[in-house]
Design a protein around this ligand. Structure first.
Ligand code: ADP
Length: 444
């Protein structure tokens, strides 16, 4: 036990006080004892001085011990209280303990041993009670803190929901705007293209060389603009899930050769070889020829655009399980692995600056991605900066009718299909995407 215990004895009977004093002294406990004879003095001394324990006579003349206990407990005074009662009386004992007494002892049992034991256990119990109360306080505080944090989280969640709602509303409006605008732009563009073509026909009068040159430019730029508008329109349709595939049986090589034919003048203008290689035995497929051509044109126009010298090659090969692959390979600037995922997102370009060297809307690959997914296929990208890029598309020979016009599955990178060059960082990397998309892209 502690070195010196400060004890207060509250008893109006001098003899009883002496009995307690003697017993504590005999018990060999180091004490500093104070004595008061009534509850008022007890209350005021306890208000100003801290004690380790109070021995309190249950029967005081001016006020009974019970009232004093209640008074002490309802005040801020915290001290172990041992009540000395005249005789063993269970009912009184329960009453006292309920009121806040720490323990009680019958006066007839006052002895050095008993008093020492009661004193020790009262102090121990009291300290334990204080610790429990402290722990309860801490628990209550943490609970309140948790509630506060919960409320804050709920508030943030509501804000997020609200922002989400606003964002999706803005996105719907954006898609609607894109669809309406591109639709509206197509009519005048068609008129510009149509009338330029008419002007170029000799039967509408001979144009001077300079005039013909200008009309041709109007026509070419009109076509280019129409293609860009079509791209935006396709993208907005795909986003809204309103683009359907029109599947039919056709010769895939014919469609690929058509796409290559359309792109040849661009490749020639850059002195690039444009090759087609195939080992297809059976060239028949069941798919949407317009959208398939759009995929090839998108990939080819990128390959040509991002290649300054060398070649662009389209390969068509058989795959097991009635599938085939279309590969567009170039010897161009290449793509860094960190951009593999990004470039398939709408409006994303490796170079996003306004002064970028290569023009484009940033929609081409997003459209390819969505179309391939709609066709139940996958895209693999393998590229190395400064060496070139390979876009490989794997498609079922016959697309499933359920996927035609169906809602495209969410765009996601299939980690199993990533043949990243973790083992050899100098190897080019390949990433596969399981995705759908579509619409012819014409880049001039
Ligand atoms: P756009 O060509 O209109 O910019 P795309 O969606 O077709 O948009 O392509 C997105 C970006 O991906 C391009 O801006 C370019 O940075 C990169 N990219 C696509 N194809 C190639 C390629 N063959 N070689 C190098 N970079 C490419």
């Amino acid at each position: 036990m502690e070195d010196t215990l400060k004890i207060l004895v509250v008893d109006d009977d001098e003899v009883d006080r002496m009995a307690v004093r003697c017993a504590l002294t005999k018990a060999g406990i180091q004490i500093e004892l104070s004595e008061v004879a009534n509850s008022n003095d007890a209350f005021s001394i306890l208000n100003t001085t801290g004690y380790d324990c109070v021995f309190l006579n249950y029967r005081l003349i001016a006020q009974d011990g019970l009232t004093l206990i209640q008074q002490l407990r309802s005040s801020e005074i915290k001290v172990p209280l041992v009540v000395l009662i005249d005789q063993e009386d269970e009912q009184t004992a329960v009453q006292l303990l309920k009121a806040g007494a720490t323990d009680y002892l019958s006066k007839s049992r006052i002895s050095p041993e008993n008093l020492a034991q009661v004193l020790r256990s009262a102090i121990r119990v009291y300290r334990a009670e204080i610790q429990v109360a402290l722990a309860k306080d801490q628990l209550r505080e943490s609970h309140e803190e948790l509630l506060r944090k919960n409320q804050e989280l709920e508030r943030q969640q509501q804000q997020l929901q609200m922002q989400n709602f606003k964002l999706s509303e803005a996105s719907v409006l954006k898609s609607h705007f894109l669809a309406t605008m591109s639709h509206e732009l197509r009519t005048p563009m068609n008129a510009i293209i149509g009338f330029s073509q008419i002007l170029l026909r000799p039967k509408f009068g001979q144009l001077t060389h300079q005039q013909a040159d200008m009309v041709e430019r109007i026509l070419n730029n009109g076509k280019h603009l129409l293609m860009l508008v079509n791209e935006v329109l396709d993208f907005s349709k795909l986003e809204a899930g309103r683009l359907d595939l029109k599947a039919e049986r056709f010769d895939v090589l014919k469609v690929i050769n058509l796409a290559v034919g359309e792109m040849r003048s661009l490749a020639d203008a850059k002195n690039l070889s444009l090759l087609v290689q195939t080992d297809l035995q059976n060239t028949l497929v069941f798919n949407d020829p317009v959208r398939l051509k759009q995929i090839v044109i998108n990939l080819l126009s990128n390959a040509i655009k991002f290649t300054e010298s060398g070649e662009v090659c389209v390969e068509v090969k058989e795959l097991p399980a009635n599938r085939l692959t279309i590969i567009v390979r170039d010897t161009g600037i290449g793509i860094a692995p960190r951009d593999f995922q990004r470039i398939f997102e709408a409006f994303r370009q490796v170079d996003q600056t306004l002064t970028r060297k290569y023009p484009g809307t940033g929609l081409g690959l997003a459209i390819v991605d969505s179309l391939v997914r709609m066709m139940g296929g996958k895209i693999f990208l393998e590229s190395k900066l400064g060496v070139g890029s390979t876009f490989k598309i794997e498609l079922p020979r016959q697309i499933s009718l359920s996927s035609v016009g169906g809602e495209p599955p969410p765009l996601q990178l299939d980690s199993n299909q990533v043949f990243s060059s973790a083992k050899n960082p100098h190897h080019s990397s390949t990433q596969a995407r399981q995705s759908p998309i579509g619409y012819p892209k014409f880049k001039l």
